[in-house]
Design a protein. Structure first.
Length: 242
């Protein structure tokens, strides 16, 4: 009986640290445009896509705790749940992260994702988790208006200052490398005037990829557990609640 009790205790402990990721309703991947993002409130009054491309608003608003690069990593993405981005009032003031849903057919989905029909001189920051069953080369298809920059797993993989010509038009399909397991992608887009949209999809053959935020709006809860110094294994969502 004692051995059985020990076995059950260990088994229960293992179950409690298995990431919730394995029982989720993932967003469809493949050639499906991604609708849900872990996104920051819009940065306002940026002066246009040119000036905004030169600024790392995440670093500016967190004293460097997170950056454009770092949020495209497991650790940096997790840190977004632990605090706001503090910018000057003209840029929106205190900005928070949340799961948003974009209309992938809209020419103004950056602003409409925040309940506004049309905005000028704004910058969008969105993050997704891509869970891959293997290491692979594939192609991503970004659509954007105007200047888009994309980081994947800590590396800038896309930089295009020209709008792509339509909400579901990708003018520069780009080959990327995914690793087995978790991949983190940060999509930054600065808009000057007219349309304001972001969109992303992968290859049709990538329908085995799993994308978070999930269909039911989970993001922090599906990141793998972390082991903070001096603390037991826990999840990023647990850290946020603490």
């Amino acid at each position: 009986m004692k051995k059985l009790a020990i076995f059950l205790t260990i088994a229960f402990a293992c179950l409690t640290i298995i990431p919730a990721a394995f029982a989720q309703s993932w967003q469809p991947a493949g050639d499906q445009w991604i609708e849900k993002w872990w996104a920051l409130d819009l940065v306002m009054n940026t002066g246009g896509f040119g000036p905004s491309a030169e600024r790392d608003y995440l670093a500016d608003g967190t004293d460097g705790d997170i950056t454009n690069v770092s949020v495209s990593t497991r650790y940096g993405a997790g840190l977004t749940g632990q605090g706001s981005v503090h910018l000057p009032p003209d840029n929106g003031g205190v900005l928070s992260w949340s799961v948003v849903t974009i209309d992938t057919e809209s020419q103004n989905n950056m602003s409409t994702s925040r309940g506004i029909n049309d905005l000028n001189n704004i910058t969008w920051h969105g993050i997704i988790l891509i869970l891959s069953p293997d290491d692979r080369k594939t192609t991503m298809y970004p659509a954007h208006d105007d200047h888009a920059e994309i980081w994947l797993n800590g590396e800038k993989v896309y930089n295009n200052s020209a709008w792509t010509g339509g909400a579901r038009v990708a003018s520069q399909p780009t080959e990327i490398d995914l690793i087995k397991g978790e991949n983190f992608l940060h999509f930054k887009c600065g808009e000057g005037g007219g349309g304001d949209y972001v969109n992303l999809r992968f290859e049709e053959s990538d329908d085995d990829l799993k994308i978070a935020p999930t269909l039911d709006g989970q993001f922090l809860d599906v990141l793998t557990p972390v082991e903070p110094r001096g603390k037991v294994t826990t999840t990023w969502a647990d850290l946020k609640r603490k």
